[in-house]
Design a protein around this ligand. Structure first.
Ligand SMILES: CC(C)(COP(=O)(O)OP(=O)(O)OC[C@H]1O[C@@H](n2cnc3c(N)ncnc32)[C@H](O)[C@@H]1OP(=O)(O)O)[C@@H](O)C(=O)NCCC(=O)NCCS
Length: 146
């Protein structure tokens, strides 16, 4: 894997738009879904974090401020041919540093059942029972940052 650069991008910037294309490919098309303009517009105030390999967006993660102490991690996706090479871990690590640097102490997320073990490896803990979201099983997971 080439050098991976993790960075925050502006909403509506060219790289942020590319990250929406990646999310569509990895998170929506396999479910037969698309993002509506309203869903995308609602992300205006979220933190858009991407992984770049050269000029290609190979990973993405969004952070939403939920409370003064709490960030919600959303829309975590790594391009299919780049998975299992550490990019997801880099995105989560960057997010946790961002959270700590900005005074947040808890990160919560809704993990797809198929990705639960990835988050367990990043020391997120399952809270409560399985539930359905976008038609597939999910778990609420949480990490208290040291
Ligand atoms: C889940 C995902 C974000 C992980 O990113 P990644 O770059 O592939 O993960 P990494 O290479 O950093 O993996 C870190 C560790 O987690 C493991 N892992 C990664 N994805 C996993 C999965 N889906 N299930 C179980 N373990 C997984 C890796 O094997 C690795 O283990 P190791 O430390 O023992 O070697 C990515 O695979 C992905 O986009 N999947 C499809 C979309 C998705 O499910 N997104 C999450 C929605 S909640």
């Amino acid at each position: 894997m080439e050098n991976i650069d993790i960075q925050i991008v502006e909403y509506d910037s060219p790289l942020q738009k590319k990250s929406v294309e990646l999310r569509t490919k990895v998170l929506r098309e396999p479910l037969g879904l698309v993002y509506t303009p309203e869903q995308l517009a609602a992300e205006k105030d979220e933190v858009h974090i991407i992984a770049l390999s050269g000029d290609k967006v190979v990973g993405v993660l969004l952070l939403k401020i939920a409370d003064k102490d709490l960030l919600k991690m959303r829309q975590v996706a790594v391009d299919t041919d780049c998975q299992q090479s550490g990019i997801g871990t880099l995105l989560v690590f960057f997010s946790e540093q961002y959270a700590k640097n900005n005074g947040f102490h808890i990160i919560e997320l809704h993990a797809r059942d198929a990705a639960k073990d990835f988050y367990l490896k990043q020391n997120y803990k399952v809270e409560g029972d399985m539930f359905a979201e976008v038609g597939i099983p999910h778990y609420k997971m949480k990490k208290k940052l040291e």
